[in-house]
Every structure is written in C-alpha cells, then in structure tokens.
Design a protein around this ligand. Structure first.
Ligand SMILES: Cc1ncc(C[n+]2csc(CCOP(=O)(O)OP(=O)(O)O)c2C)c(N)n1
Ligand SMILES: [Mg+2]
Length: 656
C-alpha cells in the first residue's frame, strides 16, 4: 500500500489527542496543526536514521514551540526510535517517562535541545547551524553536510530573542537553516493579531532571509517549499498557514484550543471525521509501516557516511572533536604559562589574565570558538591570529555576535549541543541578565559553554551603577549545575579556564575584573588549587583567631587585611573561593578543614552578601555591597563603599 501522507499525519494527531487526554494536560493544538508539515519533513527531507539518533551528520530538528512536544514524541515513536515506545507515549508528562511536558535534552533520544521557553529553540538552532558550517569548513563535505530545521510558532517569533537570532543568522547567511513557522494566528490569549501585525515574512526578509508562505495542510505545496528552501543561498522561512487543532472537529481553528484537553466525545468525533477506527494509542500497521520505512530510509546514507569516515584521514580527529575530548597536549602551553606567572607575579586585571590564558589555550584546542557581544576589546576574548567566523567558508574561530547577549548565549548552547565546537564568548557581567535565560537552559541541558563576563563589580568605576554588577554573582551562583568562577589573579584565572574546559556537563561563567589586582598566588602550588573550589591561600602567623573568605579581586583585600590583623598580633588565615560549586562537591572533611574553627569568620566580596552564610555562618561579618554602586573611579568607590583592608580588619576585630 502506498504511503498515505494524510493518514500518517493523522497518526500524529490521534496520538497527540490521546496522550494529552490521558495526561489531563498538555497541548494537542499545535501538533495537530503542524502534523502535515512535520510528516512531509520527516518522510521526504529530513536526513536522519531513527536507529541512530546520535549520527553526527544527521539533520538537526528543533521544536522551538516546545509546548507542542507531542508532535516530536509522536514523530520519534512513529519513525521507530526504540526508546520512545507506545508505553512512553501513554506516560506522557509522567515522572520517569522520556516524554516530559516539554522536550528535554538528554532525556529522549532524538531530542536535540530542551525547548519550552519560547524563542530560545530558534536561537539555539542558529548556533547549531553555525557549528555545522564551522565543522564543515574544518572537515569537509564528505563528513559534515547537514541542515537545521526549526518549528517555531507565533510565540517564538514574538519573543525578543527571535530578533537577535534571525538577524544574526541573516547576516551570516546560514543557508542550511530553515524555520517552519506554524502560522496559525493563535496564541493563548486568542488570535495572535490581538498583539501583533502578523507580517513575519517582511521581518525575516528585512533580516536577510528568503521567505515563502504556503498552505500548511497541502502536502505538495509544503514539499515544494522545502525543496525551494534547500536551494537558497540564505536562511529560509516557510510560513505554513495552518489551523490549530486541525482535525479536531469543532475545535479545529479555535484560538482557544491551544492547551485545551479535548473531551471524550470530541476525540471520538475527530476519529470519525478522520476515518480513524483504531482505539487509543493504537496505530494500524498500514500507517505504522510507511512511518517505520521513513525512519529507516536514512540508514543507507548513514552507512555510506560511516564508510567515508572510516576511509578518511581525518577520522580520529573528527571523532575526537565531536566527542568533545581535548587534544593531546592541550595544557602544555597553559601549564608553562602558570609556572611563569608563579615566578613573575604580574599585576593585571583578571580579564587580562583571562585573555593571556586564552592566548595559550586557543592555539592548542582547535574546537574553541570565541566571540563577544560587541565588547571584544573589553572582554579580552580574542587571541592573535583568530579570524572572524563569516562567509565564505566559516573557518574563522571568532564570532562577532553583535549586541545580542541572549542570542549569543543561546547560539553557544546550540554549538555545544551540535558538537565539534567548544564555544566561549564575552559580555559585561551586568548584562548576564540579558543572557540569563540561555545560561539557565544551558545549565539544565548540561552544555559545555563558557560565558566570559568581565567588569564584575563596582571596580567598573566611572560607567556607574548601570554597569556595576552587585547581585549578579550571587544570582548566578543560585543556578543549579552552573560553575561560577571568580579568579583572584593570573594563576587562578588560568586554573579556572582549565576547569571550565573540563566541565563537560555544566556551563561555566568566568567573572573577571576590569581593574588591576596584585598577584596572590605567589608560591608554586604544583596542582590546580582552584579545582577544590575554595582553599586556604594563607595560614595564620599567630594562633588563628580569624578566617577571611574572599573571591576574585577581593582576595588581595583579604590578604592586606590579614597583614593588618597579624600586625596587631591577631592570627588570621585567608581562604580564596574561586568556585563555590566545586567546593560544594568536595568531601565534607575537606570543607570543614577549609572553613576552619576560628572564632571569627569574615567574608569580603564586592557584591551582595546572599550566600556567604555558607562560609561565615549566621554570626560572621560580611564586607561588601548592600545597594547599587555609583559613578566614580574604582579606587574611590572601594573606599566610599568601605570594601577595604581596614574595613575587613575592623569587622574582624569587632567580632573578637
Ligand atoms: C518565554 C515564554 N513565555 C511564555 C510561555 C507560555 N506559553 C506557552 S505556549 C504560549 C503561546 C504560544 O503561542 P504559539 O507559539 O503561537 O503556540 P500555539 O498556540 O499556536 O500552539 C505561551 C505564551 C512560554 N512557554 N515561554
Ligand atoms: Mg500560534
């Protein structure tokens, strides 16, 4: 029997209705509306092999409108992804299932990225398309030759991040990126046009995309548009005019059917209208067979690709890069650099130290792709010899992201998920608020992405409180599975960079100073002390009465306070805390030993106190910020806000 695309699309519709009905929550409106488009894509265009969802040269499919997760789960089940059984579909949205409410990376084979926060899937997909071009430039067409397809809804395109994503993709002419817009003129509150002019085509066109509108239920026209998309020299938008809940009887096209759970009789009526005689969670053989055939179709191409890889001189290098393993000798140069700094003790801003570390790492690790949101000179993120990532061959390793912090962070997630790239890029720490949603999603997914965040305190100086982070370090430390590094000097900066590169299942934030600091790691350690997260930097001379905890630029303040206290005969030790998350992972006896048993514990950090109780307890003293900063030179501000050695020593004495 020939594959009947309508029946195949109906299978998605029926499974979506059944799963949402059984879970008593979820969204069948979008999956039912986009079932036709998805069926054409997965049977005729998408390059994939359902048996090998990890095939490196597969097309990436991103469901940016993540609430329509049943569309994706139905596709994975129907095409034959083993892990997505009918039992899993029945357990849609239940604890322990691989069919959670929104698609979650790492939970379900075939889910390329976590989506749900609207717009972000699209921005992540831009990064995947960038990584594809870059890895293609390095390894050639025989090994890397795939596309990125995105399903995005009205909501995704309303979100601000979509502007950042599409303008970046348009400028970079990412011709292997296609957005399939579920143009159903529906969001939760009603018709999309209650809050939108509705001319997405004009917007994408202005951003440098090729655009086309099509009836999203006409299989022939959808296929023609997809074929057209594969031939363009720029990214493509296909606005697919669809009806939400297509096939759901009187709910079809109803703007209020976005997340509405159909009643039994409505589902029964829909089945009758579709001519679907099978009961819940049952797909008849004559429909399942062509689906499974579609899922197997790519196996031939995949095997040919594997043969090409096996025959390639680049095989081991390609496999290493895609696996995310660092090359042999990756740390030789940086370790020599650390030894030099222990000897030379240079006083520089930690952003400069970070730049110096990158100068050793970037040449040694070809997967590192850097960039900045238009603050390259301030972030110290570029290294001599790095060419811009751009047309015509995308071999360059430095991305000029433009002033697009959120889009940049999301694109980095996509690059990391794609593989073959270890992305890092910079902005000011205060603007981490702009990129925070992508930092969070990266942490949830466990993506190795390194966010360079300079100008990390009132030490910014004259730019004033709009540019001076106060609560940012604390608020980033609150994100689970995110490593927040705040190195104190050149040695710690280099150590933290190594740790960020080794953090394969968590993103990192490097918070770095604008202002110069003295070296504090002046003795040869012979090991990466920052790896412990916190460690005793200086012991007490006199019997220890005080412990001073600090991070980053305030470690040198703590050291000066220690000198003052010791000068007064008060024994004081100093603990540097470059990464709290790593400290929390240490054995409890190590933690206890570092925190120590002195009567008095003081912390100093040019930010808010939140979280420092971890080190100083409820009775400890904290020297830092209690409100916003001000516009003045950095030294003046440190005095004005009393973040000084004298203040730390006085706070300790007051507690003695
Ligand atoms: C950033 C963000 N804001 C709000 C939501 C909640 N939300 C989920 S779906 C949706 C409406 C989206 O409209 P559209 O993408 O057109 O989906 P459709 O109703 O057509 O299925 C909203 C507001 C979200 N998931 N993410
Ligand atoms: Mg919509």
């Amino acid at each position: 029997m020939p594959a009947n695309l309508t029946k195949m699309a109906d299978a998605i519709r029926v499974l979506s209705m059944d799963a949402v009905h059984r879970a008593k929550s979820g969204h069948q409106g979008m999956p039912m509306g986009m079932a036709d488009v998805a069926t054409v894509l997965f049977t005729k265009f998408l390059k994939y092999d359902a048996a090998r969802t990890d095939w490196a040269d597969r097309d990436r499919f991103v469901l940016s409108a993540g609430h329509g997760s049943m569309l994706l789960y139905a596709l994975l089940h129907l095409t034959g992804v083993k892990a997505v059984t009918m039992e899993q579909i029945r357990n849609f949205r239940q604890l322990g299932s691989n069919t959670p409410g929104h698609p979650e990376y790492g939970h379900t084979p075939g889910v390329e990225t976590t989506t749900g926060p609207l717009g972000q899937g699209l921005a992540t997909a831009v990064g995947m398309a960038m990584a594809e071009r870059h890895v293609n430039a390095r390894f050639g067409d025989a090994l890397v030759d795939h596309r990125t397809w995105v399903v995005a809804g009205d909501g995704c395109l309303m979100e601000g991040v979509s502007h950042e994503a599409i303008s970046l993709a348009g400028r970079l002419r990412l011709s292997r990126l296609t957005v399939l817009f579920d143009d159903n003129n529906t969001t939760i509150d009603g018709e999309a046009t209650i809050s939108e002019t509705g001319d997405q085509l004009a917007r994408f066109k202005a951003a440098g995309w090729a655009v086309k509108a099509v009836d999203g239920h006409d299989h022939g026209k959808i296929a023609a548009a997809m074929r057209w998309a594969t031939r363009q020299d720029r990214p493509t938008l296909i606005a697919c005019k669809t009806k939400i809940s297509k096939g759901a009887g009187r709910k079809e096209g109803d703007p209020h059917s976005h997340g509405y759970t159909l009643f039994d009789d409505e589902i029964a009526d829909s089945r009758v209208a579709m001519g679907w005689t099978d009961g819940p969670f049952t797909v008849p053989d004559e429909v399942l067979k062509p689906w499974r055939a579609a899922g197997r179709k790519g196996a031939k191409v995949r095997k040919a690709w594997e043969a090409a890889l096996a025959a390639s001189d680049l095989k081991s290098e390609f496999e290493r890069a895609m696996a995310g393993d660092l090359p042999p000798g990756a740390y030789e140069a940086i370790d020599a650099h650390i030894a030099r700094m222990e000897a030379d003790k240079p006083a520089l801003a930690t952003r400069q130290h970070s730049g110096a570390a990158l100068a050793e790492l970037v040449p040694a690790i070809p997967e590192m792709v850097g960039g900045s949101a238009d603050l390259t000179g301030s972030n110290n993120t570029i290294v001599k010899g790095m060419a811009p990532f751009d047309l015509p061959d995308y071999a360059g390793r430095y991305v000029h992201y433009g002033v697009r912090e959120f889009g940049m962070a999301a694109a980095m997630n996509g690059m990391a998920l794609h593989g073959g790239v270890i992305p890092y890029s910079g902005t000011f720490l205060v603007f981490s608020d702009y990129s925070r949603p992508a930092i969070r999603l990266g942490a949830l997914m466990g993506a190795r992405v390194i966010h360079v965040m300079t100008h990390d305190s009132i030490g910014v100086g004259e730019d004033g409180p709009t540019h001076q982070p106060v609560e940012h370090v604390a608020s980033l430390r609150a994100i689970p599975n995110l490593k927040v590094f705040r190195p104190a000097d050149g040695v710690e900066a280099a150590e933290c960079w190594k740790l960020a590169l080794e953090s394969r299942t968590a993103p990192s934030v490097m918070t770095l100073s604008r202002q110069k600091v003295p070296a504090v790691r002046t003795a040869v350690a012979g090991e990466n002390l920052s790896a412990r997260g916190a460690y005793q930097l200086a012991g007490a001379g006199h019997p220890a009465q005080v412990t001073i905890f600090a991070s980053g630029t305030e470690v040198s303040v703590a050291m000066a306070a220690r000198d003052l206290l010791e000068g007064d005969g008060i024994g004081a030790r100093v603990v540097s805390t470059p990464c709290w998350e790593l400290f929390d992972a240490q054995p409890v006896d190590y933690q206890a030993q570092v925190i120590g048993e002195t009567d008095v514990r003081v912390a100093v950090e040019a930010g808010v106190k939140m979280g420092w109780e971890r080190f100083i307890g409820e009775n400890g003293a904290f020297v830092g910020m209690t409100g916003f900063g001000a516009s003045a030179p950095a030294e003046v501000l440190y005095k004005h806000f009393a973040i000084t050695a004298e203040a730390v020593a006085a706070a300790a004495k007051a507690k003695l």
